[in-house]
Design a protein around this ligand. Sequence first.
Ligand code: C5P
Length: 302
Amino acid sequence: MATPSRVRVRAHAKINLTLRVRGIRDDGYHELETVFQSLALHDDVTCALEPGPFRLRCDDAGVPTDERNLIWRAAQRLWEKIGRRGPVRGVDITLAKHIPMQAGLGGGSSDAAAALVALSRLWAVGPRVDLAAVAAEVGADVPYFLTGGTALGLARGDDLYPLPDLRPYQVVLGLPGFGVSTGEAFGWFDRDRDRTGPGRTRAAHASIIPAWPGRQLAVFNELEAPVAAHHPEIGTLRQTLVRCGARAASMTGSGSTVFGLFDAETPARRAARALAAHDVVAIVTRTADRRACSGAASTAAR
Ligand code: C5P
């Protein structure tokens, strides 16, 4: 098969259906046990072979397009892994941004994973390069986005075990008017734990949902209570979603987004309107299965 000169990959958002913090690791990171779920909501990452210095452009002026962007770091890492020296060059990357930032939806990590998939095709990177290992060096959440779907994440979230695809749900995302940095959320969690003592689960809310044929899942997030203590809007948002008929509602990741799972689109749209009435930006999307997210399915090459 000829090597393409341009590849576009969808970078799907995720939510955390469950998130338990198991302890602190020697490297300072928190040991997690989380169930990731992909959403249909996605960014588009287009990579093209173009002579000259590395270039990253984005249609959203709020997105950094320099070394701070995980796409850049992913490209540099892969460049070095295939034996090239110096700063990465010869690629032009365009990012069409739809996933809100600092929202717990994994947008930056997903963009980086999509760039790895696209660049590995453009540069004809063979199986000798372990893309998952490169992804883990870029960020703890990045390896999950190489496959997506429903998956259990252990360690920093990068020790991954695919689960059967969750039954489909409509998903309403409520975005409060502030972001939460991951480091800050874990810091608040640690301070709470120091007060209450180890071993207590801090997930204040759990909702049981039908998840797989004959199987249920408890949806919860242990980071929610410490984040909501600093941002009470999180609790209000969750209660509004439940009142509007969500099967389950919870904060995702380290926040600030709160998601609600709905059986059908009509109540989901109604819930989104209720959030908008409270000046909360609401996005209606749906869960996406592993096949919809896999690099091969989402790649268009020319
Ligand atoms: O993964 P990321 O670099 O975005 O994480 C930012 C910060 O969040 C880390 O430096 C760390 O303090 C904290 N963190 C953590 N445990 C995790 C993930 C992030 O303590 N599993």
